[in-house]
Ligand binder design. Structure first.
Ligand code: SF4
Ligand code: SF4
Ligand code: FES
Length: 318
């Protein structure tokens, strides 16, 4: 199979380092992966190409990069699947949201710093058990999904919040935090959840789903973040914009069957928060100009009792 790779390159040793695309035409087997192609370039065509890889089997997590604009592992992406049908090149770029060291190699230090920040080890305050920790099979099966993270950073690469706010802990670190917060052997729940409740923690995710889409191991980081949100509220951390927003949202839907858009921001920020209320007033004025102001009198939808029944069933199950 003939294929062209268009690779974003960056040489830090150049006088004025600037990234550029370089094309390579290759002859590959139909079964080849993108990583096979990159290794062929490095070994047979251009020894200056820098990339990271090790296991070639989607285990070590070192070959995450952007392929045609989306993060993934080069070693488990087949060239035949990545090759655009219109004959255009396969575009290969370094992982996003991390500084490029050279070509496809990025600096993982901030990634590891954030993983370390969530204290990814079991913490047990009391005396250790006489023999061993006994946990139920179900609780470990539940953790197996999140424990399959290979620290590849694909989720971090494509996280839409990290693009604009590097303070956000990010999907990989928060999934790791969930792994320990929900382990029955760990009893540091309160301090963990208190830390995750701060700026940069669980409430900063915008639920864009991108980390779920790109994770090669189905860790579903966003779902873990949502579970952590529930855990923080259940632990009594309710005095945050995020917790108030979640409560006001579900309260409105439960009682009227739909969202009261006028009251949601007021309940989230609090009427006494002058700064936020002034911002909201400006948004309200703009909404008024384009005829988008929500109704002042919020009426229930017909059949709201059915919505209430759903809430009651869910609440009973908890
Ligand atoms: S769902 Fe949240 S954590 Fe995941 S990529 Fe989007 S903003 Fe980032
Ligand atoms: S959660 Fe998934 S995408 Fe993120 S680092 Fe772990 S394995 Fe990679
Ligand atoms: S080389 Fe190990 S995950 Fe790709």
């Amino acid at each position: 199979m003939e294929v062209t790779f268009s690779i974003r390159r960056l040489n830090p040793d150049a006088d004025q380092p600037a990234s550029y695309f370089q094309e390579y035409e290759l002859e590959l087997e139909d079964s080849s992966t993108v990583l096979d192609g990159l290794i062929k370039i490095r070994e047979e065509v251009d020894g200056t190409l820098a990339l990271r890889c090790s296991c070639r089997s989607a285990i070590c997590g070192s070959c995450a990069m952007r392929i045609n604009g989306e993060a993934g592992l080069a070693c488990n992406t087949k060239v035949i699947d990545a090759k655009p049908r219109n004959g255009a090149p396969i575009v290969i770029e370094p992982a996003g949201n991390m500084e490029v060291i050279k070509d496809l190699v990025v600096d993982f230090q901030p990634f590891w710093d954030k993983i370390r920040a969530v204290e990814p080890w079991l913490q047990h305050g009391g005396a250790p058990p006489e023999q061993e920790y006994i946990v139920s099979n179900e609780s470990m099966v539940h953790l197996a999904g999140v424990m399959s993270c290979i620290m590849c950073g694909a989720c971090v690469s494509d996280c839409t919040v990290l693009e604009v706010d590097s303070n956000f802990l990010g999907p990989a670190a928060l999934a790791k935090a969930y792994r320990f917060a929900s382990d029955p052997r760990d009893d540091a729940d309160n301090s963990r959840l208190g830390m995750l409740n701060q700026y940069g923690g669980v409430w900063d995710c915008t639920r864009c789903l991108k980390c779920i889409e790109v994770c090669p191991k189905d860790v579903a980081p966003m779902d873990r973040i949502m579970a952590l949100r529930d855990m923080t509220i259940e632990a009594g951390y309710t005095n945050t914009n995020g917790a108030r927003h979640a409560e006001a949202f579900s309260d409105s839907v439960k009682h009227s069957g739909w969202l009261n858009e006028l009251m949601l921001p007021i309940k989230t920020f609090g009427i006494t928060n002058i700064k936020e209320m002034l911002k909201l007033a400006r948004v309200g004025l703009r909404a008024e100009q384009v005829g988008k102001v929500p109704p002042i009198f919020h009426k229930s939808i017909p059949g709201v009792q059915n919505v209430k029944r759903i809430f009651e069933k869910v609440e009973k199950k908890r």
